[in-house]
Design a protein around this ligand. Structure first.
Ligand SMILES: C[S@@+](CC[C@H](N)C(=O)[O-])C[C@H]1O[C@@H](n2cnc3c(N)ncnc32)[C@H](O)[C@@H]1O
Length: 305
């Protein structure tokens, strides 16, 4: 079975342990169930609702958490609709987000997220939704492609790569696989530019396509807003993000909530993995954890937890 090593888990658990009550937890990004399992083990009476838009993740995690029987409740859906999907079980004492893709999605070529494994250009987290990376790459205009590469991938060579894709479409035909797209990017960029990029030349393009296919930034804004409708007084909200576009949204949203008197940010700066964690799990290297504690009437919130 594919494994996914949970990121910044010790910090999340210690944050939850600092709360007066952890009766109900909503894990908005269940994935392979790493956080949910750890929470169920650490708090013997807790009930966990695990939400994911990937039906394969739901199936694997539900299998894995079978032993917790009636304490674990899987929900298939997008966390942008968390308020509707999990409203019945609210209020929650903790809400967790661990954004981005799971190891299952990134390592299995057939899901189309990886620039290192060949597969169809898919990239849908929810395989019931219509938009795929293939349809973006083959149907969007040069300007639309270059805009998402720039906006969601922060790719310096966004225009050149979009032009290269259009040239390939006109001269050769459809780009159908991840390997095909990587080859087009490599053919488009001169070798010295590729050497200067300091990483795989397709990395940022794949990130941009993934964000566009799954409309990830809108989902995050809606998910955070939904989460704050579901919290109990004194609840903990924890968000792990993996790139600056996500982190900026979380930072600004928490600031807004603090300004509105909804609670207090307990991480002035985001927490990041230790060198040891990165050594054990290289995929954790870009993670940032931001924490928020919801106001409890009659109690003064502490900036430290
Ligand atoms: C990084 S993984 C979570 C890993 C999990 N914390 C663990 O330790 O096993 C992120 C998961 O969130 C899911 N996801 C991402 N965006 C989502 C959204 N908008 N709605 C629901 N699930 C989402 C992905 O499908 C993926 O399974």
């Amino acid at each position: 079975m594919t494994e996914h090593i949970p990121v910044l888990l010790a910090e999340i658990l210690s944050f939850l342990q600092s709360r007066p009550k952890v009766g109900k937890v909503l894990d908005c990004t269940l994935g392979l169930g790493g956080y949910s399992e750890a929470v169920l083990e650490a708090f013997p009476k807790v009930q966990v609702w695990g939400l994911d838009q990937d039906d394969e993740a739901i199936r694997i995690a539900t299998d894995r958490l079978g032993a917790f029987d009636n304490r674990f409740h899987p929900i298939h859906g997008n966390f942008a609709e968390a308020a509707e999907l999990a409203g019945n079980a609210a209020p929650f004492d903790a809400i967790l987000f661990d954004l981005g893709v799971s190891n299952l999605q990134i390592t299995e070529g057939y899901r189309g997220f990886s620039f290192q494994a060949d597969g169809p250009l898919d990239m849908r987290m929810n395989r019931r939704s219509a938009l795929t990376a293939e349809s973006i790459v083959n149907n969007w205009t040069e300007k639309e492609l270059s805009d998402i590469f720039w906006k969601y991938g922060e790719e310096r060579y966004s225009r050149q790569i979009a032009r290269g894709i259009l040239r390939y479409r006109e001269n050769t035909g459809k780009i159908e696989t991840t390997g095909n797209l990587v080859a087009v990017i490599r053919e488009t960029l001169p070798a010295p530019v590729q050497r200067k990029m300091g990483g795989h030349p397709a990395r940022k393009i794949f990130q941009a396509l993934r964000i566009a296919v799954n409309d990830e930034l809108t989902a995050l804004e809606q998910g955070l807003s939904g989460a704050f409708e579901l919290v109990s007084p004194g609840a903990a909200v924890a968000v792990v993000s993996y790139h600056s576009l996500e982190d900026r949204i979380v930072k600004q949203y928490f600031r807004e909530m603090q300004k509105e008197g909804r609670g207090i940010i307990t991480t002035k700066r985001p927490l990041i993995p230790s060198d040891g964690e990165i050594e054990r799990n290289y995929k954790a290297r870009s993670a940032k954890l931001r924490l928020f504690v919801v106001t409890e009437p009659g109690k003064e919130a502490k900036k430290k937890w």
